[in-house]
Design a protein around this ligand. Structure first.
Ligand code: MG
Length: 336
């Protein structure tokens, strides 16, 4: 087996604005794992809040490639992934995705079939509406062809409530919100009931990542489900936060790939939690990898490729938020 990788600059058609910051371009990494006549593909989408960059992912992959066993059996996924060095969850995710693509291609089956899943059972994906002026939120909500919208919210609670009201007036879609750690506990306790009154279905990560007690108190007082995102990276975090939330947002770039994401779903279910499948800004390669396991989730929020203007790949497609997987082997992803 041989690892190769290359940087990719991902451009967006509209600014992506959340409480952590704004961006119109992202710096990801594409990975290939070749074995014999077959090749598997993966993607890393590093983000600042995880202290990862394109450069750190490239360094991680260079280190991983140096110790990668050239003659290993690619079907020994657990052993191969356990032997990877620590240091980059996004880099690890790219290798995990590429190995899954590789082995399913070798078998000639779609990855979801290899995993024993039923792709038509997946929930529809939501579409993310960035923080912005009210007329922009209204316009974006009105024209989004999705049955559920996730509004990003910031620290100004009055603007948060006005944004949700604007979206509510503009569309009949289901609404959810994500504060991305922006609120104090006091702000959250004030905002959440007002947002629930506007029909918001759930609230994601209301308080700071490290404020576990605050999360627990907001959850206890909330009339709608509270989901944790930023503090939830691996299965251990799911168990740690199980009494503080109603659900967890699982992303391949946090978990380090599909295998740990599947373990996180199992741990969450064992604790009676709901599960959401999230993503970063990714091409159709990373998004199609996530879509392969979407049927295990209550909510899907894997719209990270929708506003990418230079996506080199064709993979999962959407029909009013419904995820339609390609039927080719592995991820089923091909280049344009
Ligand atoms: Mg989130």
């Amino acid at each position: 087996m041989k690892i190769s990788y290359e940087p990719i600059t991902v451009h967006l058609s509209m600014p992506f604005v959340i409480a952590h910051g704004a961006s119109t371009v992202r710096h990801n990494v594409l990975v290939r794992v070749a074995d014999g006549e077959h090749e598997g593909w993966g993607e890393a989408a590093p983000v600042r809040q995880h202290h990862e960059t394109q450069v750190s992912v490239l360094e991680y992959l260079a280190a991983a490639a140096r110790t990668w066993p050239a003659h290993a059996d690619p079907f020994r996924l657990e052993e191969l992934l356990a032997a990877l060095p620590p240091g980059s969850q996004a880099g690890r995710a790219a290798l995990d995705i590429a190995l899954h693509d590789l082995v399913a291609r070798k078998l000639g089956v779609p990855l979801c079939r290899f995993l024993g899943l039923s792709p038509e059972a997946a929930p529809p994906t939501s579409f993310t509406i960035s923080i912005g002026p009210l007329d922009e939120v209204r316009r974006n909500a009105a024209c989004a062809p999705f049955p559920i919208l996730k509004l990003k919210l910031g620290a100004d609670i009055d603007h948060c409530i006005a944004s949700v009201r604007a979206a509510r007036e503009a569309t009949g879609a289901r609404l959810a919100v994500d504060a991305n750690c922006a609120w104090t506990e006091e702000q959250a306790v004030r905002a959440v009931p007002a947002l629930a009154d506007l029909g918001v279905e759930f609230v994601e990560q209301p308080v700071a990542e490290e404020n576990v007690e605050g999360l627990r108190r907001v959850h206890a007082a909330s009339p709608v489900p509270i989901f944790a995102d930023e503090p939830v990276r691996t299965a251990r975090d799911v168990a740690r936060l199980a009494n503080c939330v109603d659900g967890v947002n699982i992303k391949l770039m946090k978990s380090g790939g599909l295998r740990e994401a599947l373990r996180m779903v199992a741990v969450a279910r064992a604790h009676g939690l709901k599960v959401m499948l999230g993503c970063m800004i990714e091409t159709s390669l990373g998004i199609t990898a996530a879509a392969q396991i979407a049927s295990l989730f209550d909510y899907a929020d894997i719209d990270g490729n929708v506003t990418v203007t230079n996506d080199p790949f064709l993979g999962v497609t959407l029909d009013y938020g419904r995820l339609i997987l390609p039927d080719g082997p592995g991820l089923g992803v091909r280049t344009r």
